[in-house]
Each structure stands twice: as structure tokens, then as C-alpha cells.
Write a protein that binds this ligand. Structure first.
Ligand code: AMP
Ligand code: MG
Length: 413
């Protein structure tokens, strides 16, 4: 049985970035550029004013004060300005091109206007308040390396470079299949023994949050034909995630059907809790993540095992969840042999993350998941982890704003 890290290593070794596509710039947000982006021109494209003021030639302003004749006005967007001759200045607004014959800008605040003349009260240095052509990005240089994630800043830079279409790694289309005779869809009336198919919706949300596109396949019933039909459909996507039906129960059919379709199983069962019965297989290069059905196991295994794989498929370099060091606020007990991830709330105190048990830790307890700020990793061999011990925390959300009052129940598994 692989350890958690080994299992994740196996998964990551079996997935690769998907192909590329060109998308309109606004749609590139959150995506990863698939090629180096090279500047087609200088930025700025021309010398321009960084201030509202007067464009002058510094050599005309050697005495203090200096009087120059105002011979024109250049607003941003203005381009037509005759060359400025000796002893003259042009009133210029921020962003307007520096006219020929000038090499500096004097801010309005450092001048006084007297009729058609401007009085400059300070020394002027060449290039002062001039944004020089190419000083931000020089034509032909790399603006973004392949593998960069597109954030609002990158959108702005790509727009400034005239990049209306951006080459990015393809979004993964991820099929989501729930299995089980007990399942009903949201909106159907519950009857005795039925369970709302919440996993499909939490997984779809998690897939979307990871930047991928969920494809909901609905529910496979607990018979081979239903599983086969739905799983085959799912294999048209880039990846298939199944939930439930992967333990040792009589009606746990996911692995059997994956094998009958020709998938190669890389592992079944991992030394982690929750998520022990997870299976991973590959069908014609496509990953099949068979996650346990208990809603918490489904979400935790998605976060720690599936999401990194999807991120890698979409070209991301940083694929692992952010781990920080934290301090356990309470004693924790566990059985040896598996890495346990317990759901904790986290409070920052004196610059350290302090982790409190978020509540009952059974994998069917969904409410503890909604209170969870982080998953605290309790080492494999440990059986007793005393309060004050340092643990790794996989952060599930920003924790800075939590107040003491929100910290909740104080008990641990
Ligand atoms: P199984 O692995 O099929 O034995 O399922 C384990 C547990 O997870 C059972 O209590 C199921 O009812 C529950 N479960 C399975 N699938 C889902 C689902 N899609 N949504 C919510 N709970 C589920
Ligand atoms: Mg089942």
C-alpha cells in the first residue's frame, strides 16, 4: 500500500499537460500561458510625459528662475506638435508624447504661468519626468515565460502588448460520476434510505474552483451495465472522477468495471485517512480517480490528490496545496500506520498558526468540513500528538480574519 506521498507521486507521474489553445484575452484569467510571450514592441511605445506640466529642453533652463515662451499644448493622445525651438516650452499632460526638441518635463507645481510665458523655479535635469520608450519592456524581450499563470496584472501586460488572443494550456474537462443505488439528485424528494448526491456537486464546485470544467455524468446504479455505460461516457473527457463503490463492499463495482474497460490500476488503498480506499488507474493515458463515497473522504482526496493532477494537466508548475507549519491547540489521538488529515479551524496568534479540532472527525460528518480552515497532517506512526506539537497544515482558506468566537468545538479524533 503506497503512503500518501507515494500515491500522489504516482498520480503526478501519470499525468501531463494537455494541449494548447488560443483564447481571447479576457478568458485567459487563471489560465497558464503555454508559450513564451515576446514583446512585439517597446513599452512605452514612445517617450511620454509622466506629469502634467511643461515639456522643455533642460539646456534652456540652466538659470533659476527661467522664462520660456509657451508655444503649444499637448494633451494625452495628442501627437501633432511642431518641434520645440530654443527658449520655448509646450504645456503637456500626463501620457502625451514628448515633442521633438524637448528632453524633460517640469511639473505644473514647479512653475508659474505669466501670460504666454512660463516661469520655471527649479533646476531641470535631462529626462526628468519622462517615461522613456522601451524603459518598461524592450521590443523582442520576454514579457511572460511559458508556464506563467494569468492574473489581472498579466492581463494588463498582454493587453498593452496587443495580445488579443493568448496561447494557454487547455482546460481539463473532468467527468464526475457518482455511484450508488441509494442516491437521488438534488430536488428529488428524499425517501427512507435515500441519500442526496451531494458529492457530484461538491466535486463539480471543486473542479471549477481548480480552473477546470466539470462534466456531470449523473449516477451509476449498483450494477455492471450502468457503471460500464457511465464510465465509458466519462472516458471521453480528459479525466474521470468517480465517487463511492471503491471499497470492499459487495456492490463496490468501480474497480472491476474500470479493469473490464481496459484501465490499468496503479494503486488501490493508500496509507491515509480519510481516503484510505482511493484507487487510481489510467485508461489510454487518461487518469481515473476513484474516490471513496463518504462526502468528507471525497472532498479531502480531491483536494490532496486530484487537484494537483488537474493543475499539472492545465500547465501549472505549483500544484501542491500550500502547507504551513502550525501548532496543535489540543491533544490528538490516532491509530498508527496511516497519515491522518484532521479538519481544523486555524487562528493566527503571535504570528503562528494555531490549529483547533473543527469537530467530529468521522468521514460522514459534513458539518466539520464546512468549519474546516485547514487539514492538519498527523504523522503515520504517531498515536498521541500532544497539544503544542508542530504539524503541517494544508490551508483550505484564508484564516487571518477568524476571531476566537468562531473557533468552535474543542474535541479531537
Ligand atoms: P460506498 O463507498 O458506496 O459504500 O459509499 C460510502 C458512503 O458514502 C455511503 O454512506 C454512501 O451513501 C455515501 N455516498 C456515496 N455516494 C455519495 C454521494 N454521491 N453523495 C453523498 N454521499 C454519498
Ligand atoms: Mg455504494
Amino acid at each position: 500500500m503506497p503512503s500518501f506521498e507515494e500515491a500522489r507521486g504516482i498520480i503526478l507521474a501519470h499525468v501531463a499537460p494537455l494541449g494548447e489553445e488560443n483564447v481571447p484575452l479576457p478568458d485567459a484569467l487563471g489560465r497558464v500561458v503555454s508559450r513564451d510571450i515576446i514583446a512585439p514592441w517597446d513599452l512605452p511605445q514612445y517617450d511620454n510625459s509622466a506629469m502634467d506640466g511643461y515639456a522643455v529642453h533642460a539646456a534652456d533652463c540652466t538659470s533659476v528662475p527661467t522664462r520660456l515662451l509657451i508655444t503649444g499644448f499637448l494633451p494625452a493622445g495628442g501627437a501633432d506638435c511642431p518641434a520645440v525651438t530654443v527658449g520655448c516650452a509646450v504645456r503637456i499632460m500626463t501620457g502625451a508624447p514628448i515633442p521633438a526638441g524637448c528632453n524633460a518635463v517640469v511639473p505644473i507645481e514647479e512653475t508659474e504661468q505669466e501670460g504666454d510665458q512660463v516661469v520655471i523655479k527649479q533646476r531641470v535635469l535631462p529626462k526628468q519626468h519622462v517615461r522613456v520608450k522601451g524603459s518598461d519592456v524592450a521590443s523582442g524581450t520576454q514579457v511572460l515565460p511559458a508556464g506563467s499563470q494569468v492574473r489581472p496584472a498579466e492581463i494588463g501586460m498582454l493587453a498593452a502588448m496587443g495580445q488579443a488572443l493568448v496561447p494557454v494550456f487547455r482546460k481539463a474537462r473532468v467527468a464526475i460520476l457518482s455511484t450508488g443505488d441509494e442516491l437521488i439528485e438534488l430536488g428529488e424528494s428524499p425517501k427512507a434510505g435515500s441519500v442526496i448526491n451531494s458529492n457530484a456537486l461538491s466535486l463539480a464546485a471543486a473542479v471549477r474552483e481548480a480552473g477546470a470544467e466539470p462534466v456531470l455524468l449523473g449516477i451509476a446504479r449498483d450494477n455492471l451495465e450502468s457503471h460500464r455505460e457511465k464510465m465509458r461516457e466519462g472516458l471521453c473527457c480528459d479525466a474521470l472522477i468517480t465517487s463511492a463503490g471503491v471499497s470492499a463492499g459487495d456492490r463496490d463495482l468501480v474497480r472491476e468495471v474500470a479493469a473490464s474497460l481496459g484501465a490499468e490500476e496503479l494503486f488501490w488503498k493508500i496509507g491515509m485517512k480519510p481516503g484510505g480506499p482511493t484507487a487510481f488507474s489510467v485508461w489510454q493515458g487518461k487518469p481515473i480517480f476513484s474516490l471513496p463515497g463518504n462526502p468528507v473522504s471525497t472532498m479531502v482526496t480531491f483536494e490532496l490528490l486530484v487537484k494537483p493532477a488537474l493543475l499539472k494537466m492545465m500547465g501549472h508548475h505549483r500544484v501542491l496545496p500550500p502547507f504551513v507549519k502550525g501548532i496543535l491547540a489540543e491533544d490528538a489521538h490516532k491509530k498508527p500506520g496511516k497519515l491522518h488529515f484532521i479538519r481544523v479551524t486555524v487562528k493566527k496568534r503571535h504570528g503562528r498558526h494555531v490549529a483547533y479540532c473543527a469537530g467530529e472527525q468521522h468521514t460522514a460528518i459534513l458539518s466539520t468540513m464546512t468549519r474546516c480552515d485547514a487539514l492538519a497532517a498527523l504523522p503515520c506512526d504517531a498515536t498521541f500528538i500532544p497539544a503544542g506539537s508542530e504539524v503541517d497544515l494544508a490551508l483550505m482558506r484564508e484564516v487571518d480574519l477568524l476571531s476566537e468566537a468562531e473557533v468552535g468545538i474543542r474535541c479531537c479524533a
